[in-house]
Design a protein around this ligand. Structure first.
Ligand SMILES: Nc1ncnc2c1ncn2[C@@H]1O[C@H](COP(=O)(O)OP(=O)(O)OP(=O)(O)O)[C@@H](O)[C@H]1O
Length: 264
């Protein structure tokens, strides 16, 4: 890990014009280190997706943004598809139902890496192998509906990293999957991010899941950043009552054996 990749300075976002409406993000100061895995934790409505949209220029028209989003790690504002990849909760929303798996992964590599279609197809098949889709050569010709939910999410991850982005944003990317598949996808993300030296923003309501693999946690509540820190320090000594309650609500995190392990 080295250097600041991304800095948020007094970032506030309000939906709707003028000063009407409550802030969806309120005065957020946060530095994200290059190459780190940071979990953005919070319950529904806390502002997690607003943060992801603000970073990637995907806020709806009429949203008001105040403060600064700085990208020292890139040196320029991020270009969609090139500098960041996005994985959503529902892979259906990022995969095109009428394109083959091969076509949609190859497209990002072709467009952003300047590859020919032939080279892009080679890269797409390699990526399917990396995300551990069985029989990648056959899967290249399949359509999204022919795959399981977990496999579709693997394909969505492959498409998101096809252009070798510096930043990967996973927004509730495992929430629709059963726990076994969730664990597999988390392991996959962990491996890919380390191998490629990407920075990961793992957005989730599940502090237990995130704590198993990320470096740091940022806890959001009601549009505010409640606290941020390394997983071990947040779990063993949360600074806010809210985080403490969140930890206590997860038996796996609150039971003595894990606390002992966390402190070791
Ligand atoms: N397009 C929009 N227009 C108006 N208000 C919105 C819009 N999108 C989100 N909000 C509001 O902004 C606040 C934060 O929402 P956001 O989606 O960022 O939260 P979240 O933590 O990602 O929740 P979830 O996990 O349910 O997606 C909520 O009060 C929500 O109702």
């Amino acid at each position: 890990m080295s250097g600041i990749f991304l800095s948020l300075r007094q970032l506030s976002v309000t939906y709707g014009r003028g000063s009407s409406g409550a802030a969806a993000l309120d005065d957020i100061d946060l530095d994200i280190v290059a190459g780190e895995m940071l979990a953005i934790i919070g319950e529904s409505g806390s502002g997690k997706s607003t943060l992801a949209r603000a970073l990637t220029g995907l806020l709806p028209e009429g949203a008001t943004v105040r403060g600064e989003i700085l990208w020292p790690g890139l040196g320029h504002p991020p270009r969609a598809g090139r500098d960041f990849g996005f994985v959503f909760q529902d892979p259906g929303s990022s995969l095109n139902p009428v394109l083959t798996i091969g076509e949609q992964i190859a497209e990002g590599a072709r467009r952003h890496l300047g590859l020919s279609w032939k080279q892009a197809y080679v890269r797409a098949e390699e990526l399917l192998e990396r995300v551990r889709i069985p029989q990648p050569d056959k899967a290249m010709r399949a359509f999204p509906h022919q795959l399981s939910g977990g496999q579709r999410q693997r394909v969505a991850i492959a498409a998101a990293i096809a252009a070798r982005p510096a930043l990967l944003i996973a927004d509730e990317a495992t929430s629709a999957l059963d726990v076994v598949v969730q664990a597999e996808i988390v392991r996959l993300l962990d491996g890919l991010v380390r191998e490629d030296g990407m920075t990961l923003l793992f957005i989730t309501h599940d502090i237990a899941l995130a704590s198993g693999f990320v470096d740091r946690i940022a806890v959001f509540r009601n549009a505010r950043l409640v606290e941020a820190g390394p997983v071990r320090s947040v779990l063993s000594a949360p600074r806010s009552d809210y985080t403490a309650a969140l930890i206590a609500s997860h038996r796996d995190l609150a039971t003595p054996p894990l606390i002992v392990e966390v402190r070791s």
